[in-house]
Write a protein that binds this ligand. Structure first.
Ligand SMILES: *Cc1c(COP(=O)(O)O)cnc(C)c1O
Length: 459
């Protein structure tokens, strides 16, 4: 029995039915192989279709869920659809998606060892496994944060703190302005982090192929001296999937004092495949790195693995202090909250842990390799068509190409038609002022034939 106060929390026939409804829906969705791509709907239309759902008495789970299934969900693009090829898609494994429900069901607090030891242990095993793949030493570790933007910010905050401490120890004054060096093609989140930290970005021009190299970074380091607290190398740029020449940048650490951060949000996953591994030489010398499992590592939103070579540097920069937190911070236990700019956190690394434990690393390598191979195959197909040409040879699983003679508006009309017909989600992009489009491939269910079908629509 329940009272008005406990009606929503007590285990009753009513709450059991609600849970069944939700689990039945989830099961259907996860196991469906023909969920349409769907598309956005205008606020006006949604107002009309959904009506008012929140009043003083509730509309009941059955109605609310039906509304979600038939009105709201179809107004959300299916990001794990094999023909979702824009931006960087997502492609969680069935095991990872299903386990995400378990993480919620168990109401795990993932911020501290005291509250979430078992979950933290499993997340840390995944982080150690990744760190080993990237060639970092056994002591490396970190935390799963919400996304690459927060991962980059947290790493750069730790880098600046390390630089501050080093100068203080030497009795040297802090610079008037702190600077971070990165490629002019680095992800927008680096500029965002710099704004939040009130530091300056020094953008360095990459070579004509888009790769940032050590000699260009050297010039920036010589010009800006000790004011540079970090250099960011991109391991797989978002637009092209280009991997900077990390080894030549890392070599500069022998002459200059800086923290090397590797932004591998999308592309570092490629290092798990023998087809691409060698492109990432030098990553093993990073002071910190990130990779987003919600991009190409088959985990659901939202998860970014942030790994420090020396986790203590992360902890020094990020631990929050307050009287009510003393029980947590006055121990040497590993609390994930201490390693990034956050406190309360979901144990968002667990879906990846479960899937990785279930299948083992080999299944991941095979799935990643399939996208690398498909990118090569479709690039060759594009190069062979007279009305198309590649903007750059693909290094990882992003293929950027132009349709000869098309203006921005022609790409836009074509892209809108593809989505309207529910064929594919491929958006226009641009490079150096010229419009183009791109396939970002992370889903092992995407096929060569599907991509060829899209190319045919451009003839
Ligand atoms: C996607 C991406 C980011 C940002 O990651 P979010 O998870 O979207 O915050 C940063 N860097 C690169 C290279 C990316 O591709």
């Amino acid at each position: 029995m329940s009272s008005p106060a406990t009606r929503m929390h007590a285990v009753t026939d009513e709450t059991a039915q609600i849970v069944d409804l939700v689990l039945d829906f989830s099961r259907r969705r996860v196991l469906s192989s023909d969920t349409p791509l769907d598309k956005p709907v205008s606020p006006f239309e949604l107002d009309r279709l959904a009506g008012r759902t929140i009043d003083e008495h509730g509309i009941g789970a059955r109605r609310a869920l039906a509304l979600f299934e038939h009105v709201l969900a179809p107004a959300c693009i299916t990001t794990d659809h094999p023909q979702y090829l824009s931006f960087i898609p997502t492609a969680p494994t069935k095991a990872a998606t299903a386990f995400d429900l378990v993480v919620s069901a168990c109401a795990i607090y993932g911020g501290s060892w005291l509250e979430g030891a078992g979950a933290v242990h499993a997340e840390n095993e995944v982080l150690s496994w990744l760190a080993r793949e990237f060639g970092l030493p056994p002591a490396a570790g970190g935390v799963f944060v919400q996304g690459g933007t927060l991962g980059n910010l947290s790493a750069l905050v730790a880098a600046r703190e390390a630089a501050r401490l080093a100068l203080r120890e030497m009795g040297a004054p802090a610079p008037d302005r702190w600077r971070v060096v990165c490629s002019a093609e680095a992800h927008s989140s680096i500029a965002s982090a710099a704004r939040v930290m009130d530091v300056e970005v020094v953008p360095v021009t990459p070579d004509p192929g888009g790769t940032l190299r050590g000699d260009a970074v050297r010039a920036a380091l010589e010009q800006h001296g000790a004011s540079v607290f970090a250099v960011v190398a991109t391991a797989g740029s978002t637009n092209f999937g280009i991997v900077d020449d990390i080894a030549s940048i890392a070599t500069l650490k022998e002459e200059f004092d800086f923290w090397l951060h590797v932004d591998g949000a999308y592309g570092l996953t490629g290092m798990l495949s023998p087809l691409a591994r060698e492109r990432f030489a030098g990553v093993e010398r990073a002071d910190s790195l990130i990779v987003d499992p919600h991009k190409w590592l088959f985990a659901p939103f939202d998860a970014c693995a942030l790994i420090y070579r020396d986790p203590e540097a992360g902890r020094r920069a990020h631990t929050q202090h307050a009287e009510y937190l003393d029980t947590l911070t006055e121990t040497s236990e590993w609390s994930p909250s201490d390693y990034a700019a956050h406190l309360t956190r979901r144990a968002r690394g667990l879906p990846l842990w479960f899937s990785l434990a279930t299948y083992g690393g080999g299944a991941y390598r095979a799935a990643i390799s399939s996208s690398l191979q498909l990118a090569q195959d479709i690039a060759r197909e594009i190069a062979s068509r007279e009305y198309l040409h590649l903007v750059r040879e693909p290094q990882l699983s992003v293929v950027v190409f132009e349709r000869d003679g098309w203006s921005r508006s022609e790409y836009a009309a074509w892209s809108a038609r593809l989505l309207d017909e529910q064929r594919a989600f491929v958006t226009p992009s641009s490079h150096a002022g010229r419009p183009n489009t791109r396939f970002a491939i992370v889903n092992p269910m995407t096929t060569f034939e599907q991509l060829v079908g899209i190319l045919d629509t451009m003839a």
